[in-house]
Ligand binder design. Structure first.
Ligand SMILES: [Zn+2]
Length: 368
């Protein structure tokens, strides 16, 4: 008789995950499918939980970037069949009201239950090709693309992307694909800046000198658009101290009047690890007067869209087709591919940014 348990990467407490044996998920609703996970990626937002900087409860299984092969199909599912290869968006939606988006059990495990599967699972070509590209459709490629989109970007414009982590690199890559004239990428990690340079961007090391001064000099003036791919754990020019408002402040300074800001970076309403009392309550100090002055124009900076959460489903079908057509190859951002047993070490190293860990793909059932 087949085993009823599987391996899963579970959160145990701050800075601690374990590979544990847990129950294999079952169909719970006619619209569910069960997917045998071929790839699950570790995300920067998993690290927020890993570090104990969120309300994540011990015992949860990590992983919201998942793909695999359909192995069981609920009787209400009409568009998918056993054997289909699928990728799921991180914000699995119930597909009926567009509002109820909620977490489901994580996919850094050998199997995963996907609710409302017809709506949530995006079908992929059969086989193993482009696995490392397709997994990025779960979150970071659409999220990076979305950051550029909500900045109001148009082809030919210049853009500054703050943060060369996976989402920042995807935003920069999206800007390149979409015909930006100049793409500046601001970070302090040399491997990340080198990766940005390889895809045709101009690397800006903010530990050397004020990044806004550097960009304005290089660009001969302010840029048209900017994207925050850092969020609330930003650090100042010295590089040692957290300063939650620094990226937003730099964006206000570096973006021209009538330009636009896109903020896919994460900000939270409460942060137990914040450097000061106000930001612990999610209150970020901003040069709002300066922002208002630059923004009070017809094509406003503050269109109401500029910090919307990425709706993966608005983009993932088209980005999938760019990958299939060979016009996009976002997997350049992947640094490591591992078995599930190696996940504990991968979390440690990724958290400390050791050994070039940037984007880690777990293959929970092996085979890659
Ligand atoms: Zn993610």
């Amino acid at each position: 008789m087949a085993s009823h348990t599987m391996k899963a990467v579970n959160y145990v407490g701050p800075h601690k995950v374990e590979v544990q044996e847990v129950e294999i998920p079952k169909l719970e609703h006619p619209d569910d499918i069960i997917v045998k996970v071929t790839t699950a990626a570790i995300c920067g937002s998993d690290l927020h939980m890993y570090e104990g900087r969120t309300a994540a409860e011990p015992g949860i299984t990590f992983g919201h970037e998942n793909m695999g092969i359909v192995e069981e199909v609920g009787e209400g599912v009409t568009l998918l069949k056993k054997g289909d290869r699928v990728v799921m968006p991180f914000n699995v939606a119930d597909g009926r009201c567009y509002v109820a988006m909620g977490p489901y059990r994580g996919g850094q495990a050998q199997h995963i239950r996907v609710p409302y599967a017809d709506f949530n699972a995006l079908k992929l070509p059969a086989g193993k090709e482009n696995e490392a590209d397709f997994i990025l459709l779960a979150d970071i490629f659409p999220t990076g693309w979305h950051g550029v989109e909500i900045s109001g970007f148009r082809p030919g414009e210049s853009i500054a992307v703050f943060g060369a982590g996976p989402v920042g690199l995807m935003a920069a890559y999206s800007a390149v694909l979409r015909g930006a004239s100049q793409v500046y990428v601001i970070d302090r990690v040399s491997e990340r800046l080198k990766t940005a340079e390889r895809i045709g961007c101009i690397p800006i090391d903010f530990t050397l000198r004020d990044p806004v001064d550097q960009i304005i000099e290089y660009n001969g003036g302010m840029v048209d658009r900017s994207v925050d791919a850092v969020g609330y754990q930003a650090v100042g020019t010295g590089g040692s101290k957290e300063q939650p408002n620094i990226v937003l402040e730099n964006m206000i300074r570096v973006t021209r009047p009538c330009g636009g800001l896109g903020i896919p970076g994460l900000y939270v309403p409460s942060d137990p690890g914040a450097p000061d009392e106000a930001s612990a309550k999610g209150m970020i100090t901003l040069s709002f007067g300066k922002l208002f002055e630059k923004a009070r124009n017809p094509t406003s900076w503050l269109s109401g869209d500029f910090l919307t959460k990425c709706n993966v489903k608005a983009y993932n079908r088209f980005l999938r087709d760019l990958i299939i057509a060979g016009r996009a190859k976002p997997s350049f951002v992947v640094s490591h591919e591992i078995n599930i047993e190696e996940a504990v070490v991968a979390y440690e190293k990724f958290d400390k940014r050791l050994d070039g860990y940037t984007k880690v793909l777990i293959h929970p059932n092996g085979g890659f």
